[in-house]
Design a protein around this ligand. Structure first.
Ligand SMILES: [Zn+2]
Length: 446
């Protein structure tokens, strides 16, 4: 084999999340031009390749970067300001006014802080909703820090309690969205893809929804990302506004399909589950958010038994209150065990796949990310196994799901570039971002 010069990444254990779920001991991978070129044991990789750089990985698990299928980086500055509310009050009293009042600089710094927390805790890809104004500042933050993202402005036009303060008219929404698609979709070596973030039916008129669907159908690889059937009160309000249940309304609007991902999906009747299955719509389960807002428990097992693809999302800091996917992986399996009174529900292997390759499938990115395989993008993380919570260490996947936390991540690589390592954020000035958060906090307290 030709000896190429680039990076060799080593680890005591490699968890690939590939189709045969390979776990390799004393493993190494060879990366060149941001692409995984070789996967095997240290011995095999060192025989086949030489590298200008070797990243050593004793007492480490190497695995694909985590895929967060539903986030609101923009809401990071509202962390801790919206505790103990149910969904509709949470939106009306804190989240929507908070988003509306953000200055352009605050949009940038709030999003950047959110992305920093993601890369710190092992997330390499996120499916992110910004707000209605200054969304290009949020996209700028994603570009600068180096995270992989489907990202876009928040689309909302409907003049009611939920949208009044941040609403735009439908034509303005679509005009600015199209401009942003042309400028940002599939840029940064394909790392940034635009997404059509229709907030939820209560803030989108039928007219806007129709325009969003037309836009999705017009562009290649563009998805609709929205919330649906999160709380019972929300579902009742949708019936009042649209005359039909949530998923029937979405179906009538032609808004479902494999290029649509919906957050939550908790309160569905039998026919609505069938609609999700038939349309191949993707679901993102957000366990912390569902618990904190007392929304309900998503029936993940039912979706999976029907063949529906389900990813895991953190949602935003006002309803979580962090972006640590390790926390949400653990909660996802615990909630299914309790809901079904079945200790075998969503075992560790399955929930890890939901946060990696199946999360990538949920956002139609599985050909490039979500597993450690030759030809895929080098989106990788190292997890420390030398902390007190790692002893004894019998099974790496059990450790990742039931014991580890995002703070055990020691290195995050995206597109072959290290963006976080051993406490250092390599693409941004984290102290400057923290100062911006403190400034915002003082403003709120004035
Ligand atoms: Zn959300």
């Amino acid at each position: 084999m030709v000896k190429l010069k680039d990076t060799i990444l080593e680890a005591d254990t490699l968890v690939t999340c590939d189709p045969s779920n390979r776990v390799i001991k004393d493993a190494a991978i060879f990366i060149s031009n941001g692409i995984i070129q070789g996967v095997g044991t240290k011995k095999e990789i060192n025989q086949d390749y030489s590298a200008s750089k070797i990243i050593e990985g004793s007492n480490k698990i190497l695995l694909p970067g985590l895929v967060n299928t539903h986030s609101h980086s923009i809401q990071t500055f509202l962390r801790g300001k919206a505790d103990d509310y149910a969904l509709l009050d949470w939106l009306k009293k804190v989240v929507l006014p908070g988003e509306a009042r953000f200055t352009s600089e605050e949009v940038y710094n709030s999003s950047l802080l959110g992305f920093a927390e993601m890369i710190r805790t092992g997330t390499t890809t996120t499916n992110d909703m910004l707000t209605t104004h200054d969304s290009i500042k949020g996209i700028k933050a994603a570009k600068e820090i180096g995270i992989r993202a489907r990202i876009g402005k928040m689309l909302m036009d409907y003049n009611n309690d939920f949208a009044e303060i941040v609403r735009e008219d439908a034509e303005t929404v679509i005009e600015s969205t199209r401009k942003q698609i042309d400028e940002y979709h599939q840029t940064q070596n394909g790392r940034i893809k635009y997404t059509l973030n229709a907030r939820f039916l209560l803030s989108c008129s039928p007219k806007l929804m129709k325009m969003i669907v037309e836009t999705r159908d017009e562009y290649d690889d563009l998805m609709i990302h929205s919330h649906a059937s999160e709380s019972q009160a929300e579902c009742d309000a949708v019936v009042k506004m649209y005359g039909e249940s949530y998923f029937r309304s979405l179906k009538k609007l032609n808004a479902l399909g494999p290029e649509t991902i919906l957050a939550h999906g908790i309160w569905l009747d039998d026919e609505e589950y069938e609609i999700v299955k038939q349309t191949e719509t993707r679901i993102t389960h957000n366990p912390s958010s569902n618990c904190k807002l007392a929304s309900g428990i998503c029936d993940v097992l039912r979706y999976q038994d029907m063949g529906v693809i389900v990813g895991i999302g953190t949602d935003g800091p006002p309803c979580n209150n962090n972006f640590d996917m390790f926390h949400d992986m653990r909660l996802a399996t615990f909630l299914q065990k309790v809901k079904h009174l079945d200790e075998l529900a969503l075992p560790a292997e399955k929930v890890l796949k939901m946060a990696t390759i199946e999360g990538a499938q949920a956002i139609n990115w599985e050909n490039e990310i979500g597993s450690v395989e030759v030809g895929k993008k080098a989106d990788l993380i190292l997890v420390d196994t030398n902390e007190v919570n790692s002893y004894p260490f019998y099974n790496p996947i059990s450790h990742l799901i039931y014991s580890a936390s995002g703070k055990d991540v020691t290195m995050t690589m995206i597109d072959g570039k290290i963006v976080y390592q051993d406490g250092n954020y390599l693409t941004i000035d984290i102290e400057k971002v923290k100062r911006a958060a403190v400034k915002y906090q003082k403003k709120w307290n004035e």
